[in-house]
Design a protein. Structure first.
Lengths: 226, 226
DNA sequence: CCTGTAAATGAATATTCTTCAATTTTAGTG
DNA sequence: CACTAAAATTGAAGAATATTCATTTACAGG
């Protein structure tokens, strides 16, 4: 049956076209921002007529949503892959932070569309974008839970607060770094962030912990003697 | 000389009109957001013709900038006043946090215009809005420096990182609270935020204290024996 | 009261999103 | 291969809205 073949080819062609439109939109939106980007320009870059874009996407917002969805999808994948490669909760968290910050800084014009587009307040939960966002932060949640089990995080602070602090600090930090302190490097920020949020695993602390271990051993021996 | 009188009256009238336009814009922008708000609607609400708005403001962005500027101006004043009323660095910081969060949550549609409008990358430093933003965060900086002098903050983390974490966590937290956990209260978030950022009593510290207790007890008994 | 300047107006213009009637392409069929 | 119905595409027209500007109105100073 060649019909299936042909159908598949056709579908593929459509998907390619959709891909091309999203890719053109992504590039232009990230360069100019939402309001300065015109549908005509996107259509031209994708090699289609103005009206064609509206066959694939309901309107400009919907297209921007698709761009954001693709962004989150890729972001989650590279984040998870990178986390899996590292060993040790702190190393995983630091990777996640560096990864997030560099992506935010490279794509801030894409990300700044989020509140603009998605803050509908009604339809947000249940939306594709919401689910993709959940999937992304879940990468953090798993690592943070693991770190908690290992005793690296004081149990006083709820996970969702830590999560908001983790991502909020970085989103804000990325913005000030872009605007003002362009030359400061990401690593410094990330190290400070992680050590503030998660039980300060600095060298000095490790040494202090060792000292405490030794003192406990001494206490044990002295108590035996007494 | 009645001329001065009359001139003053006229100038006052103009300033009142400018005020009226800003106030109408503020109300409508905070209700509908930037893109859904039309200049015609603002003009109507302010009781002027469409063209009149453009005598006072170059364009829609410029008007939105004026609204943001007024917002930051008021925000800084109420923040400083509130801080002055409290005593103790932690109380001041908690007030500042609660104050910030409630204002953000009440005015998020105004605030979400910030990246839209001001992320010019070139003209930002030196702009009015930048100066007002600096003035606002300076309120935090003064309190944090004081807290640092009092030993409430570990000196490891630079002030600018703490500042980004402070405001970033809240901006992000406010958004998730608006979108998802509407019923959770601000105080819980703020308490967790402050205790994570400032003067955290970690598990390791508790353990250290326990060991000291044991050793002191042992020392007492040894002294008795000798 | 008169006059020149500043302020205000709103109809006209310009830009850009979105729709849709007409056209082209494609898949399936005899 | 020719034909047909459905799907996809086109680009010009329509609609919404920001912005301009020629004209009118209000006012301060004489």
């Amino acid at each position: 049956m060649p019909s299936r073949q042909k159908t598949k080819t056709r579908r593929e062609k459509l998907e390619n076209r959709e891909e091309a439109i999203i890719e053109s939109a992504r590039a232009i939106l990230n360069e100019k921002g939402f309001s300065k980007t015109t549908m005509a320009e996107i259509a031209r870059a994708a090699g289609v007529a103005d009206g064609t874009v509206y066959i694939y996407f309901k309107n400009k917002e919907d297209l921007a949503r698709a761009v954001l969805a693709q962004f989150y999808d890729k972001l989650t994948e590279t984040a998870q892959t990178g986390v899996d490669k590292r060993s040790g909760s702190i190393a995983k968290l630091k990777f996640l932070a560096r990864h997030h910050m560099s992506r935010v800084m490279d794509n801030w014009r894409i990300l700044e569309m989020l509140p603009l587009i998605d803050m509908k307040m009604d339809s947000y939960e249940g939306s594709d974008l919401y689910k993709l966002n959940r999937a992304y932060v879940a990468v953090f949640d798993r690592v943070a839970e693991r770190a908690h089990e290992e005793g690296l995080i004081g149990s006083g602070t709820p996970l969702w607060v830590l999560r908001d602090m983790f991502f909020g600090s970085m989103d804000y930090g990325a913005r000030t770094m872009l605007l003002i302190r362009q030359d400061d490097n990401i690593n410094w920020f990330v190290d400070n962030l992680i050590s503030t949020l998660f039980g300060r695993v600095e060298p000095s602390d490790k040494r202090r912990a060792d000292v405490v271990d030794r003192l406990e051993a001494i206490a044990d021996r002295l108590e035996d003697k007494l």
